[in-house]
Design a protein around this ligand. Structure first.
Ligand SMILES: [Zn+2]
Ligand SMILES: [Zn+2]
Length: 574
């Protein structure tokens, strides 16, 4: 028996329990989801989270009754009769009929009948050995359409063993504690404001430092790899987006045109066409290639308000974007360089675990099928060459070309989309991009789009959740707090601080009139990597008392401490 069959059978039992407890309920759908199931209800009276234990209890009672799940095939007409008081089911039956079904299957267990393909357990006895619980309640529009009625969705989870269930609940609780939206507020990194708009983050001073540290690090690494930096505007004429194909194929993600001087402009959803224009501003020879143009490009993309989530799903964000043009002969070497560097950079940030996906041609695409195949094969070749394991995501490519995505795994094992490397045989054609080859002939260069972190906003969200806010020293906006015990120790505290700042550390002297224990507690809430407490003993011995990650590391000579943290930042240790 598959666990998913257990989960789906539990969805029916949930609906049965609700039918018993709240007569007159209209039923939506009850599918399985990752780790569990849900069911949507149109209830005669509203219920809350507090009602879940009662429903769960009823479910357990039903399960003990050892009810059979009986399947029947019936005509559309008969089904309409059976579900005559269930308008949502009637709608689903009509959909099935429209899609060519003459007969539908129904499942009955006890007094509950559902329209369902199955499969199910034979009887509820089979569920007994598994573990389940109801987890949450939420509103959900019928068929996900906001013009439809809002139904009540009850979620549940189910696993084979109590151990698995407990592990899941533990990870959920951990994830809640690490929620970057809460951490962002607590650590004073970023904020959102209704008047500014949903999905448009404002970076507070400390958050802006973190943003800058990441950008500066990337800038240095990319310069070493031969990237040139460029800067492009946030808006451009509609004409540009028509030429690039975005207007035709990406419009639903773009903001409406802005009219200025009878000319229409669009906010940029990507920086590519600008970089293309920069490439085209000169005649390029094969000797100039590869050309690598990079930018921290702030882009705007329309996302439905329902999917916006803290920094991980926003409407305005900064990409660590770059475009590379090369000859066909240079392509595999370039791809190899990008992949290697991408993996190295992710490692530096503390992400050693990742999954790689190769996304192939989607339904809506630009360019010829032949070009797509060629591009897909090159990507496969390079992944094999680097001995990188990958999975294929069929049809997951962007409209202009196939891509390799790297999804990092955080400390809770969750996957996050980061690096993307996309081949593009489309823009060079649309913008007539050429280079002069050895024999003096005009040739079309290959274009690679690539972002290593993806969106810096989302990446910071992931970093915060990965480290539960306790960022490694090199990333901490405030790395060290110097805490004098009393007013007579302030002078020494400032001396220590001066030494630290001369060595380019970001420090704060906490010399306000508060108790030491209060300052330490505050520092620990703020996840400051190092707290240095200084009193009489420390002044006498030219030392500092070090606290880090809620632990007292004892007294240490100031110059020894400096040495230690210099190495820690240089090596970008966690
Ligand atoms: Zn079912
Ligand atoms: Zn691009």
């Amino acid at each position: 028996m598959k666990i998913d069959t257990i989960r789906h059978s539990l969805a029916h039992i949930l609906a049965y329990a609700v039918q018993e407890l709240y007569p007159g309920t209209k039923f939506g759908i009850g599918p399985i989801i990752e780790n569990g199931f849900y069911y949507d209800f149109d209830l005669p009276k509203p219920i809350t989270f507090q009602d879940l234990p009662k429903i769960e209890q009823k479910m357990r009672k039903i399960i003990k009754e050892n009810l059979k799940f009986e399947k029947k095939e019936t005509s559309i007409k008969k089904a309409k009769e059976i579900f005559k008081n269930q308008p949502y089911k009637i709608e689903l039956i009509a959909d099935l009929f429209e899609n060519g079904s003459q007969r539908v299957s129904i499942y009955q267990s006890g007094d509950f009948i559902d329209l369902c393909k199955g499969p199910h357990v034979k009887s509820t006895k089979e569920i007994l050995t598994n573990e389940f619980c109801l987890t949450k309640i939420a509103g959900a529009y019928w068929k996900g359409n906001e013009n439809n009625p809002m139904l009540t969705r009850i979620y549940g989870i189910a696993f084979r063993t109590k151990k698995e269930l407990d592990k899941y609940l533990y990870l959920e609780k951990e994830a809640e504690k690490r929620d970057h939206r809460i951490l962002g507020q607590k650590l004073e990194l970023f904020m959102f404001d209704e008047e500014v708009g949903s999905g448009l983050p404002l970076w507070l001073p400390k958050g802006a430092i973190l943003h800058n540290i990441i950008e500066n690090y990337l800038y240095k690494e990319l310069r070493k790899q031969g990237y040139s930096w460029v800067i492009s505007p946030h808006i451009a004429k509609l004409l540009l987006w028509q030429t690039s194909g975005h207007w035709e194929l990406y419009r639903e993600n773009m903001y409406s045109p802005i009219k200025i001087d009878k000319e229409s402009y669009l906010l940029k959803p990507m920086s590519c066409p600008f970089h293309v224009k920069i490439y085209n501003s000169k005649i390029r020879s094969y000797k100039d290639l590869p050309i690598r143009l990079a930018e921290f490009g702030t882009v705007y993309r329309y996302e439905k308000s329902g999917v916006l989530h803290g920094l991980t799903r926003v409407r305005g964000f900064t990409q660590d974007d770059a475009h590379i043009w090369c000859t066909p002969e240079q392509l595999s070497k370039e791809l190899e360089k990008i992949l290697k560097q991408g993996i190295q950079i992710l490692k530096t940030f503390g992400f050693k675990d990742y999954n790689i996906y190769l996304s192939t041609r989607p339904e809506k695409y630009a360019g010829s099928q032949k070009k797509w195949e060629k591009a897909e094969n090159t990507l496969k070749y390079i992944l094999k060459k680097l001995k990188l394991k990958y999975q294929i995501d069929p049809g997951g490519g962007v409209f202009y070309g196939p891509k390799i995505d790297i999804k990092i795994k955080d400390s809770l094992g969750r996957e996050w989309q980061c690096t993307t490397i996309q081949l593009d045989f489309n823009l060079p054609e649309r913008f007539n991009m050429v280079y002069i080859d050895k024999s003096g002939k005009k040739k079309q260069p290959i274009l690679i789009h690539r972002a290593l972190l993806g969106s810096i906003e989302r990446f910071i969200g992931v970093l915060l959740e990965h480290y539960a806010g306790a960022l490694p020293l090199w990333l901490g906006p405030e790395q060290i707090w110097v805490v004098p015990v009393g007013s007579s120790h302030r002078e020494y505290a400032h001396e220590v601080n001066e030494q630290l700042t001369t060595n380019k550390f970001r420090t704060v002297v906490k010399d306000e009139n508060e108790t030491v224990s209060k300052k330490i507690r505050e520092g620990e809430i703020q996840k400051i990597p190092y707290l240095l407490v200084v009193g009489d003993k420390e002044i006498k011995n030219k030392t500092v008392r070090v606290r880090s990650k809620n632990k007292d590391l004892g007294m240490i000579k100031l110059n020894k401490f400096l040495e230690k943290i210099k190495i820690e930042t240089e090596k970008k240790r966690e």
